[in-house]
Ligand binder design. Structure first.
Ligand SMILES: Nc1nc2c(ncn2[C@@H]2O[C@H](COP(=O)(O)OP(=O)(O)OP(=O)(O)O)[C@@H](O)[C@H]2O)c(=O)[nH]1
Ligand SMILES: [Mg+2]
Length: 199
C-alpha cells in the first residue's frame, strides 16, 4: 500500500541563518546537479508540482524546506559539480551546501544521490568522504534506475560498493530509485520513518 504523505512548502533559504527554527528534523537530499534530487522529492510526496525540476543542471539554487505530515522536513538542496555555482576555497562544494550539511543542527540525515548509470564519480566520492570524516549520518540513493536494465544496475551498484569498501569498513544504507516509475518510494519512506522514530 502507498504510504500517504501530506507535504507543504515551508520556505527557501539562501543562508543557514534562514532555515526554520522549530523542533522538526530535516531529512535532506544532495548530489550532483541534475542527478534527480527535486524529482525524487516530488516522487516521494506524490506531488509533481512541489519541487522545481529541470533538464538543465543548476535548477535548485536555495535550500528548500517542505513540511511533511506536520512532523518533519524534507529538504531539497542545490546540486554540486555544476561549473556556474560559486565556489569556496575548499573546492567544489558551495558554502551554502557545506554550511548546511556540516553546521546546521536541524540536519538529521542526508541522502547522497548518485546516478545509477555512471561509474563512481570523483566528486561524489569526495563528498561522501567528507561526510564520513565529519560523522554526518548519510545513505546513498542510486537514481534514474529506469534508464538501465536490472542487470546493469546491479553491476554498477556492486562496483560502487567495492569502491567504497576500499575506504570504509562499513557501507552506508543504500537504495535504488526511479522517479519516473515510483521505484524505491516505500523503502526510502520506511527508512526515514525508522530513523525519525529511533533517535
Ligand atoms: N528517466 C528518469 N529521469 C529522471 C529521473 N529523475 C530525474 N530525472 C530527470 O533528470 C533531470 C534533472 O532532474 P532534477 O530533479 O531537476 O535534478 P536535480 O538533482 O534536482 O538538479 P539541480 O536542482 O539542478 O541540482 C530532469 O530532466 C528529470 O526529469 C528518473 O528517475 N528517471
Ligand atoms: Mg533540483
Amino acid at each position: 500500500m502507498a504510504i500517504s504523505i501530506r507535504a507543504k512548502f515551508k520556505c527557501s533559504s539562501e543562508k543557514i541563518s534562514q532555515v526554520p527554527k522549530d523542533e522538526f528534523k530535516d531529512i535532506a537530499f544532495i548530489g550532483r546537479s541534475n542527478v534527480g534530487k527535486s524529482s525524487l522529492v516530488n516522487m516521494l510526496t506524490n506531488n509533481n508540482n512541489l519541487a522545481k525540476v529541470s533538464g538543465t543542471p543548476g535548477k535548485t539554487k536555495l535550500i528548500n524546506h517542505f513540511l511533511i505530515n506536520d512532523s518533519w522536513y524534507l529538504v531539497d538542496l542545490p546540486g554540486y559539480g555544476y561549473a556556474r555555482v560559486s565556489k569556496t576555497a575548499r573546492g567544489e562544494f558551495s558554502k551554502l551546501i557545506l554550511d548546511y550539511v556540516l553546521k546546521c543542527e536541524k540536519m538529521h540525515f542526508l541522502f547522497v544521490l548518485v546516478d545509477s548509470r555512471l561509474e563512481p564519480q570523483k566528486i561524489d566520492l569526495r563528498f561522501i568522504e567528507l561526510m564520513g570524516e565529519n560523522g554526518i549520518p548519510f545513505g546513498i540513493i542510486f537514481t534514474k534506475a529506469d534508464k538501465l536494465s536490472q542487470a546493469q544496475r546491479n553491476r554498477n551498484i556492486k562496483n560502487y560498493k567495492e569502491v567504497l569498501s576500499q575506504q570504509w569498513e562499513e557501507l552506508p544504507p543504500m537504495f535504488v530509485s526511479s522517479s519516473e516509475k515510483g521505484l524505491g518510494r516505500e523503502e526510502i519512506l520506511g527508512f526515514i520513518e525508522e530513523i525519525l522514530n529511533n533517535n
